[in-house]
Design a protein around this ligand. Sequence first.
Ligand code: ADP
Ligand code: MG
Length: 455
Amino acid sequence: MELDTLWDKALGQIELAVSKALFSTMFTNSKLIALKDSRVIIHARNNFACSWIEKNGKDLVLTILQQDNPLVTELECTFSVQPNVSSSTASSTYQRKTASINVDAPPILSSINNQTTNLNPRYTFNKFVIGQHNELAHAACSTVSNELGTSYNPLFIYGDVGLGKTHLLQSIGNATLAADPNKRVLYMSSERFTTELIDSIHNNTISKFKKTYLEIDLLIIDDVQFLAGKEKTQDEFFHIFNILYQKNKQIVISSDRPPHSIATLAERLRSRFEGGMIADISQPDMETRVAILQKKSGEKNFLLPEDAAVYIAQNVATNVRELEGALNKVIAICEFGNKIPSVESVKDILASTITNKRPGSTPNNIIVTTADAYSVSVDDIIGKRRTQSIVRPRQVVMHLLREELSLSYPEIGMHCGGRDHTTVMHACRKIDNELKEDEILRHNIDNIRKQLHNL
Ligand code: ADP
Ligand code: MG
């Protein structure tokens, strides 16, 4: 039998034996290169797939191949750096039938987005976990979706990447259409807005371009920081913005930073943005990270024990997209063996991801970094003095020891110069409460976290 035909047949059986996500992650673009005596060589799409097949998929692949070639007992996997190794018609037709999901990358959304609104139905409010870090942004978005154009206009949401801005913005669009399918909703990234504007200038269709926008009830522009420095685009956007605004049409904007920090944003746009409601999203705390993991695994019908969730949340702390990537990796690998993940197996699966990302969250580093950020000494933190300038960083240390490392109150007390656990509890509650209102404190703590994680 030809190698391609043989591999096609084997893939059919492999697909039945593993989950869909795992199959497409590990076997898309794979190819049988050689089969001689006891030895078979398979080409996989990348290093990750290759080592996975050798380590975890070997028995399965060999068993299947042995049906036609009883002699094979050894499997080797290779990969090349070229993205598309497979040119065989047989296996590429096969691959076209399966969706490709990469466990590390966010899903490619455009293929399932609604063409006229650019909305992805996956992003809804009920799939969004609310925590202290996004409470305000969520409340504002939810209000806007109920009261289009009348409550907060424009609504400006900002925060670092991977923290849920696109999810929230798209949720407004989806909720609006769910309530009234006749509403005209358009979601655009600011890059796409720019490209389409430039195209319309070239093609002499600019008036049509503008007309489309002016008929909209809800305009969502994501990642507006990319308009920085593009004067012509900003002019057109300003024009569209004003007309929609005057007609009480809703405008929602996101950015990775607040309006005043976007360099080369025309002053008039900035003041328009600042004239509405501005809400930020910061990093989720430990408890919310666990809740997000549980929600996401529940949606996928995957059983994630709490201790495994806590381990992932402790070790992937900075951004929800990475948290999701880590979870997807765990799911892909555990589903293969029908295994429920334990802390130990999750540790193994995520070993490479975690050692690269989190050099810094040890009790000692937290104390040193926080002391440094507040210009006090480590001795001040663990010592007895109770002046406000020392009490505050000490409380922040306690908060971080709890959030970052999930230490118990007595353990935290021990690291902070042998303090009583009730003192620690009081400090943690105090910071938790203040974080709800104090943007500067939030910002300071975020910065310390970034330093800890080497961002
Ligand atoms: P941003 O636009 O801020 O870079 P995204 O909205 O793309 O971030 O979020 C990254 C991923 O994390 C998405 O898959 C999103 O669904 C998920 N996500 C972020 N925040 C939450 C949350 N609070 N609850 C559920 N999923 C979230
Ligand atoms: Mg985004």
